[in-house]
Design a protein around this ligand. Structure first.
Ligand code: SF4
Length: 203
């Protein structure tokens, strides 16, 4: 993890290491300035670390598109609003040992916000998300992450049934946007913070 933290720093991405979910949650919440408007992307890691619950119940100015009972239109409005939040929380699908953040997304609001918009982006990732390089990241995402996620979400895709990606054209296809963040501009140094947790989280 030390080597990866160094590579992230070379890419102008700040990195912290956390022993466990509790320390990860403490670091994550400490990165929210007083009064900040907080957005978030969909992430099993945020839920499993308890960060999601802390954001919902902690008295933050949270843009929560996951609130039950809101209309599809309100959900979309909040996703857009999240892209201009002061701080944006998300997980990562894979992080390479060269310090690159590799992600897939359906609509793309999460991956877009990671690249541009929010003043700060906080990425929380378990050790299981670390891969050797971008090629291995795509292998992991195509062969494991996307099929497992489609199954968990109950999507009507071939991979949800078989566990194998067929590069489908299903209306419920979940992997439509693919991004690699190789780093930030020097002027944007530390805009993205990655919290690497020494536990496994998410898919
Ligand atoms: S392209 Fe289709 S089959 Fe392949 S992982 Fe994505 S949703 Fe599943």
């Amino acid at each position: 993890m030390e080597k990866l933290m160094h590579r992230l720093s070379q890419n102008n991405i700040r990195a912290f290491k956390a022993r466990d979910r509790q320390e990860a949650r403490e670091i994550a919440l400490s990165l929210i300035p007083p009064g900040a408007l907080v957005g978030m992307g969909n992430s099993l890691t945020l839920r499993e670390t308890g960060i999601y619950d802390s954001l919902v119940t902690g008295g933050y100015s949270l843009i929560n598109q996951f609130e039950t009972g809101i209309s599809p239109g309100e959900n979309l409005r909040r996703r857009k609003q999240g892209m201009l939040a002061d701080v944006y929380f998300t997980g990562a699908n894979a992080i390479t040992m060269s310090g690159e953040l590799v992600n897939i997304d359906g609509k793309g609001n999460r991956t877009a916000a990671m690249m541009f918009g929010p003043d700060r982006v906080v990425v929380v990732a378990g050790r299981n998300k670390i891969v050797e390089d971008v090629e291995k990241a795509w292998d992991r995402l195509r062969e494991y992450t996307a099929p497992a996620l489609a199954k968990k979400l109950g999507r009507a895709t071939p991979c949800a049934r078989s566990g194998v990606c067929t590069d489908c054209n299903s209306p419920e296809r979940i992997c439509r946007c693919y991004t690699v963040i190789r780093g930030q501009m020097p002027a944007d140094r530390d805009r993205i913070t990655v919290i690497l947790v020494d536990e496994d989280f998410g898919i």
